[in-house]
Design a binder for this molecule. Structure first.
Ligand code: F6P
Length: 324
């Protein structure tokens, strides 16, 4: 391997810049060339490449977003799109890739690396944290801290007005953001797709909860089957007309801002491991961290659903015990 291409793809995640920096600096450390690819797989198909050096990643470790830009690319799902991408890589003499993203990114990388026998190592970059093969994905820690900071503010006003707030957080198919941030803010209830709490159980929890509480915060994961914060809000208004209810959908504020130190360090460690993994002949795998150890997991196994591994009954029990 002489020239590594690096790209970010799918939804951006805080810490992606720290990961890019690590990939670039580790490549230079091993006397490899490194090429930046703009806008993920879209830039791969368009041939939007530029050489990177140590300076091109200076002063980015603390910045949210991604300097390489990102994109959700449909063309890479087609054979023609991938063939064009391969042609561009060959012409630019890029002989390996590091892709930073989530499940969609890895599904594309899995097909591409097998189709063209092309070396690819992935870095988990998604605030959703919904990947197998790593305890934490880059961006998740920052996102849950963003949620905690926002909901702490909501708690102040909720407490002052004796209100019940329903706060919707991100997580397309996963309740991990809701679960951890919900525990972190002392939420009275958490609705996540993996737990299937349902409205009757939520009503019961509210009915049997302490009556002397001034405020209540219910965290709803975007992917919950209950239909989102507004639907849950309507149902609660009907069932509990005495509550003064407000809704807050946090949205993309969760995905921005400076990465936490946890995310910076994780991204730095995994970025170096990705480059060194490629040099050792690893391909078609994601590099993650499990119990502090670096672990390589085939792409095909990273995108299986994570409920069983990361949302265990013990976590849900914790919510139940603490939300009294
Ligand atoms: O995958 C990360 C994520 O933030 C999900 O939680 C959310 O459903 C989705 O991206 C939103 O995507 P977009 O920014 O493209 O609307």
């Amino acid at each position: 391997i002489k020239n590594i291409g690096v790209l970010t793809s799918g939804g951006d995640a805080p810490g992606m810049n720290a990961a890019i920096r690590a990939v670039v600096r580790a490549s230079l450390y091993h006397n490899l060339k490194v090429t930046g690819i703009l806008r993920g797989y879209e830039g791969l198909i368009q041939g939007d490449f530029f050489p990177m050096d140590g300076k091109s990643v200076a002063n980015i470790i603390q910045r949210g977003g991604t300097i390489l830009k990102t994109y959700r690319c449909d063309a890479f799902r087609t054979k023609e799109g991938r063939a064009q991408a391969y042609k561009n890589l060959k012409e630019s003499e890029i002989d390996a890739l590091v892709v930073i993203g989530g499940d969609g990114t890895f599904r594309g990388a899995d097909i591409f690396s097998q189709e063209f026998d092309f070396p690819i190592v992935g870095l988990p970059g998604t605030i959703d944290n919904d990947l197998m093969g790593t305890d934490f994905a880059i961006g998740y820690d920052t996102a849950i801290n963003n949620v905690v900071n926002a909901v702490d503010k909501i708690r102040d006003t909720a407490e002052s007005h004796d209100r019940l707030f329903i706060v919707e957080v991100m997580g397309r198919d996963s309740g991990l953001i809701a679960l951890r941030s919900g525990i972190g803010v002392g939420a009275e209830a958490i609705l996540i797709p993996e737990a299937k709490v349902g409205l009757p159980q939520l009503f019961h929890r509210i009915e049997t909860g302490r009556k002397d509480k001034a405020s209540k915060i219910i965290i709803v994961a975007e992917g919950d089957e209950g239909g989102g914060a507004y639907v849950v809000g309507e149902a609660l208004k009907e069932k509990f007309p005495k509550y003064d209810i407000r809704i807050s959908v946090l949205g993309h504020i969760q995905r921005g801002g400076k990465p936490t130190c946890m995310d910076r360090v994780l991204a730095s460690r995994l970025g170096v491991a990705a480059v060194e993994g490629l040099l050792e002949g690893k391909t078609d795998v994601m590099v993650g961290q499990i119990n502090k150890e670096i672990v390589f997991t085939p792409f095909s196994q990273t995108t299986k659903h994570i409920d069983a591994e990361k949302i265990t009954p013990a976590w849900l029990r914790l919510v139940e015990i603490l939300s009294m």
